[in-house]
Every structure is written in C-alpha cells, then in structure tokens.
Design a protein around this ligand. Structure first.
Ligand code: AMP
Length: 401
C-alpha cells in the first residue's frame, strides 16, 4: 500500500459478503478479519475509511412484491461486529450513494470508519455503471481495492471506480497484495518439482486450469469425480461414477499433452466405491478402472493415497484445487484427509503450498490444517481465473486503469 493516508478519506472495497445467522448476526467473520490489516493501517496513518461491499444477491432474491429485501440484505448487519473487531464505533450510511451518504462521508474525521449500504442494492453495480462509480469516487480522496473475492468481476465498486482516481491515488489493500504475491509464486518460476493436485466434481469446470497448468507443472494428481472421465476415456469401466461423456476426447487430449511435455499425470489406481451416493451406502475398495455396473467411485483408494502422497512429499511447490472425494460424507473423506495431511507434512519440510478454490479450502479448514499450509486463498473464483492466466478486471483497473 504505497499511499500516505494521513488526512485522506479512503474509499475501500472489501469483501464483507459473510454468512449470516438466522438472527442476522455474523456467522463466520473470516472475510471481515481478512480486511482488518488494511483498515487498521489506514486509520493508524491518520486516514478515514469509507467501506463498501456487497452482501448476498439482493437483486436476485427480491421480495414477493418485486422490491429489494433491504431488511435481509442490509450491510448494517455487520456494523456492530466490525465495531467490536476494530475496537471503535463504526458509522453506517443507509444509502450507498446519495445526499445522506455524501453528508456522512464529508463529515468523517481521521480515525473514523463509515460503512456504505450494500453496493448490490443498486442495479448499476453489476453493470459497472460509470455514473454510479463516479458518485462513489466523489466520496473520497483515494481508492483501495482489498476485495480479492470479487476482483474477477468488472463491477462499479471493484473496477469502474478506479478510473476516477489518479494512479498515485489508488492501490491494492494488503489482502489482494498477498493473494497476488502467492499466485505469482505458482505462476512464475516456481521451485521445482511443482505438483498440481486437482479434484472436485467436474472436468468441465476446470478445463482451462488443467490446460494452463500443463504448461507449468512437473506432476499432476487428478482425483475427485473428474478422475473418472479420464479413466473412462482410457477404456476403464467406471460403473455409475460421475462422468462427462462429452469431455472424453478432451481428457485424452490433455493426457496426450502431458505425455508430450513429459509431465507425470497420476489418476487414482483404486477407489472407494459405493452402491449409492449416500453416507450410509455399502462401500468397498476396487481398482478405479474396474468398477462394477451399479457402483460408483466416491473417493480415491488406499493405493492412490499412497502414490499421491509420495509425489506430494517430493514436491517443492504445490497447488491444490478441489477435493479428492465426496469429503462432506465421513465415509468418503479419507482420501481428501490423507492428501491434506501430506500437503501439510510437505509444507513443514519447506514446500510452498497454495490451496486455491472453494471446496479444497473448506476441506483444509474442516481438518484444522489451515495453519499447516503456506497459503489458503480467500477467493475461489478469482484465484481460479488468476491461475488460468486470465487478467482480472479489478486488478487491471488498479494497475493500468
Ligand atoms: P468442485 O467445486 O468442482 O471443487 O467440486 C467439489 C465437489 O465435488 C464436492 O462437493 C465433492 O463432494 C464433489 N466430489 C468429489 N469427488 C467426487 C466423486 N468421486 N463423485 C461425486 N462427487 C465428487
């Protein structure tokens, strides 16, 4: 953060899209805590902070009469929690922009914090509307984007607004800086050998990622539901396992690309198979390429766990995206657990490990291993796009405008 915030009003885009309890209290404040270093830094330099964020999808979940459910989606729900995290009172504007918001922003003193109403109450937000962004920009002297989770969206508060500030008056917050630095360690000159562990449900969600990573990695471990499309493509019998018939050719192409580039791709040699997609299903171990007709692979088996772990322990850089099985069900969580433990063990030997993408993040958290890996990304979709080699609009807007 290369701005001197003394006596400045900083418009800060944060990701306070937190889960709420039934009584609208904050259910999980991880995202709020992620923004604290940036907020505290600005305050400690003698600046004032105007926070903006979205919360939920108010325009998708309208009331029966077609109006916005302001009571449910108001950002006011997070204000008292934020106040206790910061240890100071926090002001709230029930307008995102408008005369009241302008008045509150104008009266804000150094060391004070103001939260603006949910940016997504305005349809202009998602459209990246210029006039709305201009109104937001007029509230402050400088702009800080610290919402990594929405950096892949070209919205008014994440992208358009940046153009109304000079290059010297806009910057990333600490959270985005950290995310970019860690992604960079994977994308540019990683310490080798580098291994990508890719799992989750579908190949189709991760085509670009798989393809791009085949230009970067030494090893690729493929688990989860998506592995069975690869196994079937190679002639395996996968029973009722998840498969995307229209991606069989693509799977073969990816395998051919890997071979040409001398990249080791490991598919699970064995699987935990079940006779139903259920926690209480009968289950047993079988070779992944010989799954009986009515059975389905729901986790990687013990041989696969061992083979994957050996590669993980020999790696110097690891990227993990997607669980190895249906980890939400205890009976099919062991593959994901073993891999998480192997990643943690490798990290303790000095390996750089980045966990990026929704469900592998949930798995690492669930296992209490968050502190045992090098970095857990806060932005599932944004990190995925970054690793796919895409330019994120929110990042570009700060860097290039
Ligand atoms: P993704 O969001 O693509 O990372 O997918 C995560 C989802 O994939 C989780 O909900 C897992 O339960 C699911 N999943 C993982 N392995 C399998 C499998 N073998 N069969 C079906 N679903 C799976």
């Amino acid at each position: 953060m290369n701005i001197n915030f003394k006596s400045k009003k900083a418009l800060v885009r944060v990701d306070f899209n937190v889960p709420l309890n039934d009584d609208f209290s904050v259910g999980d404040d991880t995202r709020m805590k992620g923004a604290l270093p940036t907020i505290n830094h600005i305050l400690s330099e003698g600046g004032a902070v105007i926070l903006m964020s979205h919360l939920g999808r108010p325009l998708k979940k309208l009331k029966e009469d077609g109006s916005v459910d302001r009571q449910r989606f108001t950002l006011h729900h997070i204000v008292s929690h934020l106040s206790s995290l910061l240890g100071i009172p926090v002001k709230f504007s029930d307008q995102t922009v408008g005369p009241k918001a302008s008045e509150l922003a104008a009266g804000l003193q150094p060391g004070e914090v103001l939260v603006l109403e949910n940016t997504r109450f305005q349809k202009e937000e998602k459209k990246g509307d210029q006039a709305f962004a201009r109104q937001l920009a007029d509230l402050a002297d400088v702009y800080v984007n610290d919402a990594f989770g929405t950096a892949h969206r070209a919205h008014a508060s994440t992208t358009t607004v940046a153009q109304f500030f000079n290059t010297a008056d806009r910057c990333f917050g600490f959270l985005i800086e950290k995310e970019l630095k860690n992604a960079d360690r994977i994308l540019n000159n990683p310490t080798r050998p580098m291994t990508a562990i890719i799992g989750g449900a579908k190949v189709s969600d991760k085509i670009l990622l798989l393809d791009k990573l085949l230009d970067a990695v030494d090893n690729m471990l493929i688990g989860g539901g998506m592995a069975y499309t690869f196994i079937k493509a190679q002639g395996g019998q996968i029973g009722k396992s998840l498969v995307e018939e229209d991606k069989l050719d693509l799977a073969l192409q990816l395998l051919a690309k890997a071979k040409k580039k001398n990249i080791t791709i490991l598919l699970p040699e064995d699987s935990v198979i079940a006779d139903a997609f259920s926690e209480s299903a009968n289950h047993k171990i079988a070779p992944s390429a010989s799954i009986p007709g009515e059975w389905m692979g729901l986790d990687i088996g013990p041989k696969a766990r061992k083979a994957f772990s050996e590669v993980i322990l020999q790696s110097e850089t690891i990227l993990w995206n997607g669980p190895m099985g249906v980890f939400e069900m205890e009976a099919f969580a062991n593959g994901t657990k073993t891999i998480a433990q192997a990643v943690a063990e490798s990290t303790s030997d000095g390996t750089f490990s980045l966990i990026g993408g929704g469900d592998s993040v949930a798995a690492i958290n669930q296992l209490g291993l968050t502190e045992e890996v090098s970095y857990v990304s806060t932005g599932g979709g944004a990190m995925l796009e970054l690793l796919e080699g895409k330019t994120l609009p929110g990042i570009k807007a700060i860097q290039e405008g």
